[in-house]
Design a protein around this ligand. Sequence first.
Ligand SMILES: [Zn+2]
Length: 82
Amino acid sequence: MSPPRYRCAACGNLTRFDVVTDRRAKAFHHYSVGGALTVEDVEVISESVVEVSCRWCGHGRAIEVLDDDEAAAAVQAGGPPA
Ligand SMILES: [Zn+2]
């Protein structure tokens, strides 16, 4: 499953977004005797995108979610400089 692609219809941005995500995950917390923590085997149980906003516009009012075909077409058409 590939992550979604976004486009800002206001400015044409295809590459820079602030994404707020709610994520529930399970992980193995492995402590050394001295108390240093290493987090291993992170398993994402559920994940949902709460908010997407354009880095350039500073809001998400014009964000579109692209399917794979639309994303390929948008990239070929050329967005603003990455
Ligand atoms: Zn924008």
